[in-house]
Design a protein around this ligand. Sequence first.
Ligand code: FAD
Ligand code: UDP
Length: 368
Amino acid sequence: MTSTSSSRSALIVGAGFAGSVVARELADAGWKVHVIDRRPHIAGNAYDELDAHGLLVHRYGPHIFHTNGERIATYLSRFTKWRPYEHRVQGVVDGVAYPFPINRDTLNLLYGLNLDEAGAAEYFERVREARNPVLTSEDVVLNSVGRDLYEKFFLNYTRKQWGLEPSELKAGVAARIPVRTNSDDRYFTDTFQAMPAEGYTRMFERMLDHPAISLALGVEFERRAMTPLYDHVVYTGPIDAFFEYRFGQLPYRSLRFEHEHIVDMERFQETGTVNYPNDHAYTRITEFKHLTGQAHPGTSIVREYPEATGDPYYPVPNVENEALFKRYETLAKAETGVTFVGRLAQYRYYNMDQVVGAALTAARSLLD
Ligand code: FAD
Ligand code: UDP
C-alpha cells in the first residue's frame, strides 16, 4: 500500500501503556490509528475503577508510578495531574512487620541491635556471602545480606511468586530490591513518585481521546484478517502467541487477585503494601487508600495469589526463557510491517515508565 506519511494507518493491538502511547504519538503525527483490546476496557494491567463501595482500586494489582526519566513524567503529565505518593512496604517475619527493603531499622528491630549507618554497613559486610560472578537472584541476595536475611525475607517469597528457586531466576529479579544502611523506608527512590490524580484509566482516556484514534474493545487480534487492512501493526500482546507458539510457549507468570472491602475500618494496615514471604498462599496485601489518598469510612484491599496459568502478567526471567524469547525476537525482526513493544511483546520485566520509554522509542522509529 502506498500512502504519504500524513495518511498512513496503523492497527494497535493492546490498549495498555505500550499501545496507548504509540497510538497517541502516531495520531499526533497525522496517522489514522485503530486500537483494539481483547479486554472490555483500556489501560491494560494499569486499569483502575471504582469498586462497589466507591473506592478506587486497581483490578490487576497495585500500580505505583515512579521514574527517574523526566521525559517520561513530562510526557504523561499531558494527560494527568498527579498526587505525590511515596510507597512504603513492610515484610512480615514470624508475625512481626519489618521495614522492607531491608534497612538499618530492619536489622535493629530484627536482631535487637542499635546500629548506626556505619554499623549497618559493617553488619552486611560481616554476614554477606560474597559471590562472583553474581548471576542469579540467589547470588544477588546472599552477596549483599547473607543467608539469614535471605531465608527470612526472600527465599519463600520468591518460591511463591515464581514457582522457582531464586537460583533459577536471573539476578535482575531480586536486584529490583535495594539494601540500605540508612533508615530510608521508601520502596522506591526515584526522583518522580506520584499517582495519577484521577486514576490511571482517566489518564488513558485522555491519551486516547484524539480525532484520529478509534477504539474497539472486546476485540481479539486476527493476524491474517486484520494485518492487510493497515499500513502497519503495533503488537503489544505476548510474542509467542503472535507466532502461534511456533517454538513452544514462553512462560509467563500469572496471578489471581482477591479483592475485599472492609466496612467501618478506616485503615487496614500501616503501609500501602505488606509482604508475607513465609505465611499464606498470597505474597502481599495492598490497601488502596494509601495509594490514592481517598477518604472513606471503609477500606479496600487486594491479595495477590501467584499462579502458573491464567492471564500473562510477568515474563519469567531466566536463561532458558530468554533464549527462547531470542528465537521469537528473530522472527519479530523479520516481520517488516509489525512493531513489537511492551512487557509481553518484548518479554521484559518492565515497569510502567520503562514501557512508556520503549513505546516513545518505537513510535519515533516509525515516524523518522
Ligand atoms: P499490558 O498492560 O499487559 O497491555 C497489553 C494489552 O494487550 C492488554 O490489555 C491485553 O488485553 C491486550 N492484548 C494482548 N493480546 C491481545 C490480542 N491478541 N488481541 C487483543 N488484545 C490483546 N509497574 C510499575 O511501574 N509500578 C508498579 O507498581 C507495578 N505493579 C505491577 C503489579 C502487577 C501485579 C503487575 C502484573 C504489573 C505491575 N507493573 C508495575 C508493571 C505494569 O503493569 C506494566 O509495565 C505495564 O502495564 C505494561 O504495559 P503493556 O502495555 O506493555 O502491557
Ligand atoms: N522479593 C522477595 N521478598 C519480598 C519482595 C520481593 O523475595 O518481600 C523478590 C521476589 O523475587 C520478587 C522480586 O523480589 O519477585 C521483585 O519484587 P517487586 O516487589 O519488585 O515485585 P513486583 O512488584 O514487580 O511484583
